[in-house]
Write a protein that binds this ligand. Sequence first.
Ligand SMILES: [Ca+2]
Ligand SMILES: [Ca+2]
Ligand SMILES: [Ca+2]
Length: 364
Amino acid sequence: MGDHGADSGLGFRVPKRCVISLGPMTGQRLGPSLRAALLASACLLAPGCGGGSTDRAIVTHTVAPACDDMGSSFTTDSGEEPLTHYEPVCFPPYFYKYEGYFLTSTGQAVPRLEKTCGAFRILVVFFDTAANRDALRMNPHVSELPRALLDTDVHAALTAVFAEYVPAHVFGHLPVRPQVSFTYDVKVFPAEHPEVLGSEETAGFAAYDAVVFLEDLPGRFAGYGVGRWPANHPIFRTDEPAALRIDPLHVSPGLFFNELFRRNVPVLLAQYVKGPQTFEEVDGIVYDRTPVFNLRTGRVLERNDYALLSLVLNGWHDVDEDGIQDCVDPEIHAGPGNVDADWVPDTLDPDLGADNGPFLWTRG
Ligand SMILES: [Ca+2]
Ligand SMILES: [Ca+2]
Ligand SMILES: [Ca+2]
């Protein structure tokens, strides 16, 4: 961390000014004849697409490292569900919907973290109580070595637990292997919850991409998805750490994935519309079967659509099939399955004339 605000007990860094740089949204790499051929074939498959589509250069927006004016927030009732709107001074206005955030201007999903791929530096914070040690012992996902270390060296035990959280395990259930790597540090505090930590104990948290609090969670919650901490808003407050909470009784590579990555992005696109609320009980478990419509295609989303959408919004799909995962692909080529060259395959795309991929941002 750099200089700290003198009037803040939490070590906020107080900025001098806030900057957002916005770059061009289209690129011109293909030759005109090839591009015309691609667009012609795309239009055969997508009646009504009227030119103007092209390859799309992927732009990452740079956001000031801190913001001294948080702007305002307000809630509106849009009919089916209330929307909370945020109007920050140094970040584009955004709103909360479908368990995620979207830009007001374009409806693009905004990841909670400033990145979705690359090297992730993770701090694991264990709240060392007898109950939390017992929870780890009872957790079937904790292997013999760390279990044996719990009585003698809790720090070594947690280090051994997360040594197993390699990409092959964290992403083992996915059909693709995201371009993500991990390094872990571990801290052990003789406390029950993060709220009781002092500013000295949390001073280094913001240097990590995310902090994992291993703590006893109330009720039947196994985890809370990643967000800013200690306040969840605003999401761009990059001088504050991003944190997720996981109950030590349930921590596993799959749950770590779910809380850190799946919940980093919304579960649906802003333009999708929900049908009548519908529930179904199977073997005593109630499932939400509310239909979700893509109005452009008239389709109801299916289970594999949701899974693909999570990959798409995290940039782990390869929509133009050039062998380069989208989060590291500098340019997306238009094609018959994606005429508007955004990150969203047109089977899922709510608008073939707009970029429905996520709004990507980094710390300045
Ligand atoms: Ca690609
Ligand atoms: Ca598309
Ligand atoms: Ca689109």
